[in-house]
Design a protein around this ligand. Structure first.
Ligand code: ZN
Length: 74
């Protein structure tokens, strides 16, 4: 998705706006506490409407496996 390709419909009409705010009221996730949070960026497919969220800075989640409450899925 981040490379501009929609995994749902194979369209290349994928858009992202790092400055867009989410109507839900917050665009960050607290990892362990308020000092350790990540910002999310949405990628949206213009053709099918599929949307995915990505962490803005991958350095912020380097320590995720050791953080309290976070478990690997699957
Ligand atoms: Zn699509």
């Amino acid at each position: 998705m981040k490379n501009g390709h929609c995994p749902m419909c194979n369209s290349m009409e994928v858009y992202s706006n790092p400055k867009a705010e989410f109507r839900a009221g917050t665009d960050f996730v607290d990892l362990e506490d308020e000092e350790n949070e990540i910002y999310l960026i949405a990628c949206v497919c213009k053709d099918c409407g599929f949307a995915a969220m990505f962490v803005e800075d991958l350095d912020d989640i380097k320590g995720l496996p050791k953080m309290k409450g976070w478990k690997r899925v699957g």
